[in-house]
Design a protein around this ligand. Sequence first.
Ligand code: ADP
Ligand code: MG
Length: 685
Amino acid sequence: MAIYAPKEFLDRDIRKLKGVGEKRAKLYAKLKISTYGDLLHHYPRGYLDYTETVNLMAQPIGSVVTVRAVVDSKSNPVRISGGRTISKVYCSSEDGGELELTYFNNRFAPQKLQIGQEYLFYGKLQGDLLRRQITNPVTVLPEETTGLTPQYPLTEGLSSRMLTTNIRTILNDPEFGMEESLPDEMISRYRLPSGEDAIRMIHFPADQEEIRQAKRRLVFEELLLLSLGMKLRKQRRRVISDNVFSCTDAGPFIRSLPFRLTDAQKRSVEEIAADLGKNEPMSRLLQGDVGSGKTVVAAAAVWMAWRSGFQSAVMVPTEVLASQHAETFRSFLEPFGISVGLLTGSVKGKPRTELLSQIARGGADLIVGTHALISEGVEYRRLGLVITDEQHRFGVNQRAALTQKGNLPHTLVMSATPIPRTLSLILYGDLELSVLDELPAGRKPIRTLLVDDSYRDRYLGFVRKTVSDGQQAYIVCPLVEDSEALADTMSATEYYEQLKKGPLSGIPVALVHGKMLSQEKAEVMERFRTGKIRVLVSTTVIEVGVDCPNATLMIIENAERFGLSTLHQLRGRVGRGALQSWCVLVSSNEGDTARERLKLLTETEDGFAIAREDLRMRGPGDFLGSRQHGLPNLTVADLADDERVLIAANDAADELIRNDPELSAHPVLKKNVEHLYEKTDATIN
Ligand code: ADP
Ligand code: MG
């Protein structure tokens, strides 16, 4: 049972370890190491590789190398300016080269070196053609190392060598032993080393292959625990509720629509309907690229709630989106006599009181709003369905707060961020999944161009032409104000002023950005949607969910400043109607990687492919922003890189849970899952 057994030994206080006193224990505490077990699970972040010693004279100056050399002579320390001392040691290398070692303020290291003895010196090569030189080299005796020396995450006062010594003491203790936490069958099926071997190999690898094997095991185990945690969470949410919807046939609603649902939409509505009819709350994720038509699927669910006598709530991240959604839902649902209320922070005073009492009385069948929906004082009469849109913007906790408003309501979360399948296994492993993998028919692909700003006259001409053809355009800039501006980066405010006076004079242009009051924003957006404004200059506030099918052109300035997924979301604001739409990415950034990156957008509209690339380039932390709440931190696994292991671990977790839903036959595994989640205040309940 890999990790925390035998309990008594691995749970021992680190101060009991030979060589660890109060002082070192305090330093360990800074690294959150307080027991033997903690120390063993403090893994190296990398290794110095002494297995490859080099031919000294053939190495270019400036390279970082390990050299095998014999000490010939030493100089006495000499005082130099600033009260410092300098000592020199002269060596000859295997290939007959001369190596000079220079030590600043370090008498001890050169003193320890024995004349005539061979050492491995590691460091950056300096010097000239005749004599090579290394300053303050890392030094080891050839027999002292396996060749690979671990480098640990440290804190001031601790060295990797100290950790190595302390870890070796633990591993050499006759009482040391680790029981295996993974079932034998799993170990052999996935050809994993045992937990104990993995720990030995990660700290004292014989070669690169051992590091690889150890990592594979540790990553597998970590992802397995993570995955098991999500599945337990899902399991535990399995409760009996009396929110069983009597109506699970959305037929009449679907027939009332002005368009035919796509097959993906139909399938999703059916999956949702099946959940709603159960006496167990639904937890479902509806994932679909921008423009795939998630809103109408949500409306179908709301319709079934209403027919079954329940209220619904739809929570969205911004006020602009809330008012727009309220409109959309009204257009779908009011013909049936369903009443839709809009609750945001800016609904105040009497209207708010009235709305709240309506909600409490059950006079409002659907309430659309921002997080105001979960604020205190909002009481629902019979909340049976909770929907959150653009869910990646909300934390798990906010989501939970809304479900607490009802009596175990069904929940549907919608996300347009196409999260690679592997990552969504983790992020949403506790949810059922419906995917809209198909766009409504008749959509023309958005044509995307990449240009530099020498084309400005041309693309602004394109804006004018679009407007004179009766359509509308967005112009997006990364920043609001000059003060934030980096050189060459266009601020929205400044650009807006320029455009209005010059290239777009005579055209109704407006500006919208995140620093405006929500009400102002909502008004501008509304005027754009109804066509009174023809060109909208904005920051990324329009990223989320705004729908104006008549807008067919989007210009994105300084496109290199945005993440690919953000650009893809932005671009999704056009191409919503039957007309050909265009997206012009403007980037004068010369850098090849920036251009390469942007070029991908001109080649594909597949949000998943784009997200995958984005994830690869930025890593999951950035990709998900700070909104990863509710997920434990991973110490070894890298969600972007360890895809194959992730899939294997997920399958293994599935099988375990299927045969043993509460992991009763695997108590240590279960305990380790809890431990992983506790460490980060994440919860599996
Ligand atoms: P998203 O998934 O990005 O939230 P929306 O729900 O806003 O997408 O839908 C985008 C647009 O497509 C809306 O104008 C919507 O009315 C329209 N739409 C949705 N489903 C269909 C369909 N099956 N056929 C035609 N248009 C559709
Ligand atoms: Mg949407």
